[in-house]
Design a binder for this molecule. Structure first.
Ligand code: ADP
Ligand code: 5GP
Length: 200
């Protein structure tokens, strides 16, 4: 019998896992992608215990849940992967990926490093893209410029960034690494990875 994936995705387009330090530009580039190809890609809406930022809509940016609700979903085996990031929990539910795949869309996951490691152990057969800031100093400026995080959160995100960048150097963990220096250049590379036939 053919192996059954965590969400029965064997004959669906391969998911794309986008990772990279907080502030590396994942949301910025993903917004461009979804705007440019609204039907082709679907976002895996994660669960998180963190509070919404201004403008983040529940069920769109994330499913914002309590710690108890998050733990309940872990107990019910509802997550493909989950991890703690700073003081909050984040996770990709089986349902999030399944609902994108059911529409025939390529599923996009925006997740951190521990989640990447866990997805690699599943048979999601994902492609992995890492977004790298030009330097940690520039990352810090961008995180501050975004104006969404408290000082302690910025410090914790920068510490985590060092770990993510270190892990990205492990040979073979990512199919593509894009340095997000000039946004237009990064966008071209991002688009080429996600929509390869347009550049061939
Ligand atoms: P992430 O989703 O990875 O946490 P964001 O997309 O929120 O990162 O980007 C962090 C901040 O950096 C945002 O304010 C965004 O506008 C800015 N930014 C993203 N890419 C660039 C770039 N190439 N040059 C300058 N600023 C950028
Ligand atoms: P933020 O709080 O900035 O939205 O996200 C913080 C970090 O959590 C980012 O690196 C983001 O990629 C990651 N993240 C978001 N959703 C998930 C998820 O479902 N699983 C994991 N492991 N990480 C996630």
């Amino acid at each position: 019998m053919a192996p059954t994936g965590p969400a029965g995705l064997e004959d669906k387009p391969r998911p794309i896992v986008v990772s990279g330090p907080s502030g590396s530009g994942k949301s910025t580039l993903l917004k461009r992608l979804f705007d440019a190809y609204p039907d082709r890609f679907g976002f895996s809406v994660s669960h998180t215990t963190r509070s919404p930022r201004p403008g983040e809509e529940d069920g769109v940016a994330y499913n914002f849940v309590t710690k108890d609700a998050f733990k309940k979903l872990i107990d019910e085996n509802g997550f493909i992967e989950h991890a703690q990031f700073g003081s909050n929990m984040y996770g990709t539910s089986v349902q999030a990926v399944k609902s994108v795949a059911e529409k025939g869309q390529t599923c996009i996951l925006d997740i951190e490093m521990e989640g990447v490691k866990q997805v690699k152990k599943t048979d999601l057969n994902a492609r992995f893209l890492f977004l790298q800031p030009p330097s940690v100093e520039i990352l810090e400026k961008r995180l501050r410029g975004r104006g969404t995080d408290k000082e302690e959160d910025i410090q914790s995100r920068l510490a985590q960034a060092e770990k993510e960048i270190e892990y990205s150097k492990t040979p073979g963990v990512h199919d593509k690494i894009i340095i997000n220096d000039d946004l237009e250049k990064a966008w071209q590379e991002f688009k080429e990875f996600c929509v390869p036939e347009e550049s061939s």
